[in-house]
Ligand binder design. Sequence first.
Ligand SMILES: *Cc1c(COP(=O)(O)O)cnc(C)c1O
Length: 391
Amino acid sequence: MTDQYQNIFEKDLQYVFQNYTRQPIALTRGAGAVVWDVDGKEYIDCVAGIAVNNIGHCHPAVVEAVRRQVGELIHVSNLYYTRQQAELAKGLVLRTGMDRVFFCNSGTEAVEGAMKLARRATERTDFVAAEHSFHGRTMGALSVTHKSQYREPFQPLLSKVEFVAYDDVEALKGSVDQDTAAVILEPIQGEGGVRVPHDEYLRSARDICDDAGALLIFDEVQTGFGRTGRWFAKEHSGAEPDIMTLAKALAGGLPMGAMLAKDEIASRMQKGDHAATFGGSPLVCTAALASLKVIEDEKLVERSARMGDYLMQGLKDLELDRVTDIRGKGLMVGIELEVKCGSIVDYARNHGVLLNCTSDSVLRFVPPLIITEEQIDSVIEVVAQGIKEIE
Ligand SMILES: *Cc1c(COP(=O)(O)O)cnc(C)c1O
C-alpha cells in the first residue's frame, strides 16, 4: 500500500464515523464513465456514485455552468425568489407530468416531504410500503424502508406502516383501507435487488388507491432521469402517481432532492408546513438545468435503453453457472447469484471495474448512461471471469 493510501485510511479510521463498509481505494478524478484512484489506476465505473452520475463524471456542460454560477450567487435561502429555481421547477413539471415541485437536498428528504404531504392532504395516518423497499434513512423514510437490519436498532419508528409483498396485487388490495394516507412504491426496486414488477402492478396500485381514497407515491429517486430507458420508470407502466420523489441523478452529481405532486394535492400544503434552508439553491438548480439539457441533447434516455439491452444480452450470452437471474430495464441491471457477491466486487475492482452488491447476492450495474459498447464489453469480460473465479 502506498503512503498516500496509508495516510487517507488512517485519518478516516481515526476521525470519520465508521458506519460505511468502504472498498479499499481512494478516488481523485473522473471523466465520462471512468474514474481514477490516487495511484492513477483507472476504473470503468458501473456504480456511478450509486446511480447519480447518469451523464458521466464531470460533464463539461455541468462543470462550465456551475463554474459560472458559483462566482455569481451560491445560496440565498427560500425567503427569496431565484430565476434558476423557477426554471428548474418548470423543466421538471414538463418532464414528469406532475404540477408542482418542492426542492430539498436528498432522496430521504424528498420522501419525508411526500409523507408529510400525504398526511396533510388526506388527513389520514397510515402508509403501505413494499417488502424489499428502500426509501431512505431518516425516521419517516426509514419507517417505510423494509430491511429489518436498518430499522430494528431505531425502533420505535412510525407505527402505522404495513409492508406487503412487492408485485402482488392481492396483497396490496388487502392492506389499503380508509385509514391509508398513501401507498409508497419504487417503480423498479433498486437497493432491494433490482426487482422489476409486471407492468399491470403499478396500474393496479393506482386503481386500489383510487378505490380507497388513498394517495399513490412513486419513489423515483434511483429510477429517474433516464436510468431505466425512459425519463422516469413510471412510463413503462403508464401509471401516474399523485406524488413523486426524485434525487440522485437530478443535479448531475451535486446533492439535490425534489418532491413533486399533482396540483390538488400540492395545494393542501399550507405556508409554513414544510421547508428546507438549502432546498433549490441557485447553484444546485444551475447544475440540474445543465444536466437535464445534457440528457436531452445527447439523447441519453434512448441510449440507456439501447446500452441496457446490449449489457443484458451480453451477460445472458455468458450462460454462467451460479447465476439464477439477470434482470432490469435500461442501464439498471442486476445479476442474482446463488452466492454472496462480495468477492466478485473485489475481483472486478482489482481488474479495473467498479461494481456494487445489493441485497447480499445481487450484483448491480448502474453505469453512467454515456458508457460505450467497448466499455460494456470490458465490464462483461471482467464479470464473467470474476464469477468463474469463485467456483
Ligand atoms: C437512494 C434512495 C433513497 C435515499 O436517497 P438519499 O439521497 O441517500 O437520502 C430513497 N429512495 C430510493 C428509491 C433510493 O434509491
